[in-house]
Design a protein around this ligand. Structure first.
Ligand code: G3I
Length: 371
């Protein structure tokens, strides 16, 4: 039986608890929040949050407090926020998220101890100076961050987006087998994932260690090849008795991709059969290039596509479901040039619109957590 980490409620990290600005109820939702619907069924609903947006948005804060049981910091738990200069740690943005969670009896999951993005400028050059220094840098970061957050965060994305995109994917340069090219792979070799997981387990024996990955949901040969690559990597880690507890499926859905439950359910079932938990960590929806003629039709299509994915994830054993933000307003789908629409339309891939009004996806989530 693989170790099951104790997922406690947010503990008492030495934090000043700031009052959460209570704005007006952002919406008439008599059934209470999604968190209240999910909990009696053993399910968890959560969302990514940004401390800079919650600090200035009492209505948004109230919405997050009502809907979410679990929070994940959108940027505050990454290297460029936590260790902007080598050896200088800044936990204040992350602490702001933890304070908000504590005030609303919410848990927080950590994201992300090792990733090839959100790297501060000093990091990649320092990693390239040699393997022993790279190991020391990784060890210092993981032990410092887990030591500081141990009481408040009991589940971390230890490694994020490490699987190579099959041919035709988005990887620059030749992949190393199933692992995508990255400064970590270059500095530490294919064993870097195991190193990170073992360092995390050593730093905190009861922390849930999660590997988080994207683009493994669609019914396409490309996604199937990526699922098979992930399974090979995971099987290799487990065969070496590497500590690993869960696989995070990001769920950045693209409606232009066909989806069929069976291959995705089979994938999750296989992971569960290896003794791993599975969770949906970052769901949002990119609409197709050609949009339906009305907002209502667009929103209904988003809800239907996401609903099929959620049900398949649940059938495959997922019990935790996070969206990558509650509202369209601050979405990376609008700000990231790599994914933003170029037709002047605003992507409507989140449960609430930019004015914090609930959309069909919010109703679909309520229906999903009520069944
Ligand atoms: O670093 C500044 C910080 O100093 C400042 O106080 C804060 C508030 O203005 O902004 C911070 O900057 C940006 C941050 O988002 C908040 O807007 C960063 O420069 C920017 O790089 C960061 O982008 C995030 C990106 O990951 C990289 O970390 C996106 O918001 C976030 O949505 C995106 O999320 C990723 C997941 O981590 C992994 N899966 C894919 C997903 C989408 O790319």
């Amino acid at each position: 039986m693989r170790r099951r980490a104790l997922l406690g409620l947010a503990g008492t990290l030495p934090l000043g608890c700031t009052a959460v600005a209570q704005g007006p109820d952002p919406g008439d939702n008599a059934s209470g929040g999604l968190r209240d619907l999910a909990r009696p069924r053993g399910l968890t609903f959560g969302t990514a949050v940004r401390s800079d947006k919650l600090a200035v948005g009492p209505t948004l804060s109230a919405l997050v407090a009502r809907e979410a049981e679990l929070l994940v910091p959108e940027w505050e738990g990454k290297w460029d926020a936590l260790q902007p200069q080598r050896g200088r740690f800044d936990f204040e943005p992350l602490r702001a998220v933890l304070r908000l969670a504590q005030a609303n009896r919410q848990r927080v999951r950590g994201h992300a101890l090792l990733w090839h993005e959100a790297m501060p400028p000093w990091l990649a050059p320092a990693l390239a100076e040699g393997q022993s220094q790279a190991q020391q840098i990784l060890e210092t970061h993981i032990t410092t961050v887990l030591g500081e957050t141990r009481a408040a965060i009991r589940d971390w994305d230890v490694v994020n987006e490490v699987i190579s995109a099959p041919p035709g994917g988005d990887n620059p340069g030749p992949a190393n087998g199933d692992l995508r090219p990255s400064p970590w792979l270059s500095a530490l070799g294919p064993g870097y994932i195991e190193r990170a997981l073992r360092l995390a387990r050593q730093a905190d024996p009861t922390l849930r260690l999660t590997m988080n990955e994207f683009a493994v949901y669609a019914d396409t040969p490309w996604a199937q090849a990526k699922r098979e690559g992930l399974l090979r990597v995971v099987r290799g880690l487990l065969d070496r008795n590497c500590p690993l507890d869960a696989i995070g499926i990001q769920g950045h859905l693209q409606m232009r991709e066909p989806f069929r439950p069976e291959p995705f359910v089979q994938f999750l079932t296989t992971l569960r059969g290896m003794g791993l938990s599975v969770l949906i960590t970052e769901m949002d929806v990119r609409e197709p290039d050609v949009l339906a003629p009305t907002l209502a039709a667009r929103d209904a299509a988003v809800a239907e596509y996401a609903g099929a994915f959620l049900q398949a994830a649940r059938d495959g054993g997922a019990r935790t479901f996070l969206v990558w933000g509650l509202t369209d307003r601050d979405s990376w789908l609008l700000s990231d040039p790599g994914v933003a629409r170029h037709d002047g339309q605003t992507t409507r891939g989140h449960p609430y619109d930019s004015e914090l009004r609930p959309k069909a996806l919010q109703a679909r989530l309520a229906q999903f957590f009520s069944a």
